[in-house]
Design a protein around this ligand. Structure first.
Ligand SMILES: C[S@@+](CC[C@H](N)C(=O)[O-])C[C@H]1O[C@@H](n2cnc3c(N)ncnc32)[C@H](O)[C@@H]1O
Length: 329
């Protein structure tokens, strides 16, 4: 069956997209095993050779389109000339979408109406299959801005996990920059490869995804880097590696979920003597419902995701002036 899918990548994509139709809760159960995922990635890569990834403009064959019905349910399909997508409200012909503008509404044969958009990166990150928990978009935004990830930068990241942060970083450094991502687990590396290749239309040339333990990495393996981002359980174990490869003035950021991790990494950074006093914070985003007199904050929010920590590499041999605290009376 897989070989048939491989010969018709569009069919394979449509099948998995139907399985993966953003049915919350079922998403991860329905996702196929890694061997099938590898076939899926290969199929997408083949398809992209003939249909390069588009992020805007009229829909073309090969685009992944999110269909939203009246009940706000999402279904994602990959456009293929002559193909159809079947819903409980009948058939939608891909040809009715190809050539249309984004934001178009398509009718199914049994009277359903579906709004059509391409996935934004934020949609992809929140709906893609995961091996490891991803950095939440609100935190990714903080990282990119506070960490000053600039076009042309050389960035080291670990672990790659599901590849969510890799995509934000690749966008930030642009084609003149470079991202080196380490991942210790083969299965997570496969997720990262698949998720990034799927959204970016193949493996980006400036992305060096490596299987390995960051702790074993030396300067000769990666050279000097402008920025380091760690998202892993024990970032304090990596500080020797980080201080050797981060350029003076470079920014080190890490992302940890719990208070004991936060305390340990802050102390670890201070003990190296190679960084500025680390700064720690978290970001809270609360959505609002805005409907006439019912306007109010939403009841639910992702109140805690993780803490963000930032420090800058000092020049070698320098001791930073100790931060002065007000004496207690
Ligand atoms: C929370 S996930 C990272 C998620 C990723 N930032 C994303 O947004 O998709 C943490 C990852 O770090 C990896 N990891 C843990 N220790 C590591 C190490 N020493 N070197 C490389 N990767 C490591 C784990 O296998 C796991 O996949």
């Amino acid at each position: 069956m897989v070989s048939r899918w491989l010969r018709t990548p569009g069919a394979l994509c449509s099948h998995f997209r139907v399985c993966h139709a953003n049915i919350v809760g079922l998403r991860y159960l329905l996702w196929p095993p890694l061997s099938l995922q590898a076939a899926y990635t290969a199929a997408i890569r083949d398809e992209r050779k003939t249909h390069p990834m588009a992020y805007s403009g009229k829909f073309t064959a090969g685009d992944r389109v999110q269909l939203t019905d009246a009940k706000r349910r999402h279904f994602t399909i990959t456009l293929e000339p002559g193909a159809s997508f079947f819903t409980h409200k009948g058939e939608i012909k891909h040809d009715d979408i190809i050539g249309q503008d984004e934001g178009t509404v398509v009718d199914s044969t049994a009277g359903g109406q579906y709004l059509c958009f391409r996935h934004l990166l934020v949609d992809h990150v929140l709906s893609m299959p995961r091996g490891a928990a991803v950095i939440y978009p609100k935190d990714a935004a903080q990282i990119l801005v506070e960490g000053d990830f600039f076009p042309g930068a050389t960035v080291l990241e670990a672990g790659a996990g599901s590849g969510a942060m890799s995509m934000w970083l690749l966008r930030a450094v642009g084609s003149t920059g470079k991202l080196i991502s380490y991942e210790i687990r083969e299965d997570h590396l496969a997720y990262a490869e698949q998720n990034v290749s799927e959204y970016m239309g193949g493996h980006p040339e400036n992305w060096d995804l490596r299987l390995g333990d960051l702790k074993d990495v030396r300067k000769e393996d990666v050279g000097e880097v402008d920025r380091v981002l760690l998202d892993m359980l024990e970032p304090w174990e990596m500080l020797d590696t980080v201080k050797d490869i981060l350029i003076p003035g470079g920014v080190f950021m890490t992302y940890v979920a719990t208070v004991p991790q936060l305390m340990k990494v802050m102390e670890g950074i201070r003990e190296t003597g190679c960084f500025t006093e680390p700064k720690a914070w978290e970001s809270l985003v609360r959505e609002w419902k805005v409907e006439g007199l019912a306007t109010r904050p939403e009841h639910r929010m992702n109140a805690h995701t993780a803490f963000l920590i930032l420090a800058r590499r000092l020049a070698d041999g320098v001791t930073a002036p100790r931060p002065q605290r007000r004496a207690r009376r």
